[in-house]
Design a binder for this molecule. Structure first.
Ligand code: PLP
Length: 421
């Protein structure tokens, strides 16, 4: 396994890639395994691949540790409870949260946002109040708020996005007003790649006493996030986009909010005492963790975070920046290709359309050449409507992608466009 934090040179990259078994897979191979194309995995925005250390943790859990947490007196249960709580501390350290009990295990980003919408919402948002989101949100950061508004008579407001895919900060400042009870926005756009100036935005909101939730699904896999430095009130991410298992994620919340928010989902694990007359709920973090959690997922997520920390978050960000610049230059020469999302600050996401072609057709032709990209609206239909397109082709990179893979994408794109036009 790669252990030294140093620039991601081709030699370092070669070793990193060996940590990910799936990257040596062939796509569209014959039944006997012959032929096929090398997998070029450029759908990291949807989900990332898993290093062997994460796979090992899952296997080890089921082979040697399987038991439930927080309840058993026996050795297995005690052992796994300790490890699960250590995983929480790993996440705390990774996000630089002040306390481990500010880290809530959830099913993922969507679940984390639903928790805040339903719990914070019920306590603090009343009829006529406003909830602010932006025009570049993933549906997961629109629908929980929209549903809340429908049920409670609150009003959803939207910060506009300009043609480069950047937030209109003047409008943002205007829209943050006395009625605004929370501002929920994405740290990094999954469709445009825009890195929003979230520290500045949080300062703007806090000057008016408005708490901010950041959807960090596309930020945590690609660099450092420090929730105290950002002064974020809530921060969410998914393990599966961060080289960890599916079905598990994190809600970070400041103690001052979490400690006064009502339980969202209740059940086993969330209580101190239960009687038919009255239930006393547990302290943080357990009051928000109903039922048996994704135990091995929590352990796997911690292993994934340890893994990327060993590679180095700054190295990852720097290398992905180079990948993005290289890919942007390469794709820009394809006739008729238009990049959607040209913000100054961008993560390694390249969304594009090609005049006279449909994204699905391009995606299918790329797939035939072993290249996995995402096509469609990327769960950002309002954004597609703004750009007047049905969808895009999206190549989203991770630190294990190579410049040679970008070359393959470019060559495959030339071929695809020639076939379609
Ligand atoms: N937010 C953003 C910006 C995303 O990109 C995604 C997934 O693509 C989500 C939220 C939802 O994440 P999950 O499906 O892991 O809950």
């Amino acid at each position: 396994m790669q252990t030294v934090s140093k620039p991601i040179t081709p030699a370092v990259l070669e070793n990193i890639r060996k940590d990910f078994p799936i990257l040596s897979r062939k796509i569209h191979a014959g039944k006997n395994g012959s032929g096929g194309k090398d997998l070029v995995y450029l759908d990291n925005g949807a989900t990332s691949q898993k290093p062997q250390v994460v796979i090992d943790v899952l296997e080890h859990y089921y082979k040697f540790q399987n038991s439930n947490i927080h309840r058993g007196i026996h050795a297995l249960s005690q052992e796994i409870t300790t490890e699960y709580e250590l995983a929480r501390k790993t996440v705390q350290k990774h996000l630089n949260a002040a306390h481990d009990y500010e880290i809530i295990f959830t099913k993922g980003t969507t679940d984390s946002i639903c928790l805040v919408a339903n719990s914070f919402g019920k306590k603090y948002i009343k009829q006529g109040d406003e909830i602010l989101v932006t025009g570049m949100e993933h549906h997961s950061n629109i629908l929980p708020w929209q549903l809340f508004c429908e049920e409670h008579g609150a009003v959803l407001k939207v910060v506009p996005v300009n043609n480069q895919g950047e937030l209109d900060l003047e409008a943002c400042d205007r829209l943050l007003n006395k009625q605004t009870k929370i501002f929920a926005l994405t740290h990094v756009s999954n469709t445009l790649g825009t890195i929003n100036p979230v520290k500045e935005i949080i300062r703007m909101a806090h000057a008016k006493d408005i708490p901010v939730l950041l959807d960090g699904a596309q930020a945590v896999p690609h660099g450092k996030v420090d929730v105290q430095d950002l002064d974020a009130d809530f921060y969410c991410f998914s393990a599966h986009k961060t080289f960890g298992p599916t079905g598990v994620g994190i809600l970070y919340g400041k103690e001052k909010w979490l400690s006064v928010m009502p339980p969202y989902q209740v059940g086993g694990g969330t209580i101190k005492t239960v009687s038919f007359q009255k239930t006393i709920y547990a302290d943080l973090p357990l009051r928000f963790e109903a039922g048996t959690p994704h135990i091995e997922g929590g352990l796997g997520m911690a292993a994934a975070l340890d893994y990327i920390n060993k590679i180095g978050l700054d190295q990852i960000a720097a290398y992905e920046h180079d990948l993005l610049e290289y890919a942007t230059d390469k794709l820009s020469v394809i006739p008729g290709l238009r990049i959607i999302g040209t913000a100054k600050e961008k993560a390694a996401v390249l969304s594009f359309v090609v005049d006279g072609t449909h994204p699905m057709d391009i995606g299918t032709l790329l797939d035939q050449q072993g290249i996995a990209v995402r096509t469609g609206h990327h769960c950002t239909q309002p954004l597609m409507a703004q750009f007047g397109i049905p969808g895009t082709v999206r190549a989203s990179f991770a630190f294990y992608n190579t410049m040679e893979e970008v070359d393959k994408l470019e060559a495959a794109m030339h071929k695809a466009v020639k076939m379609l036009l």
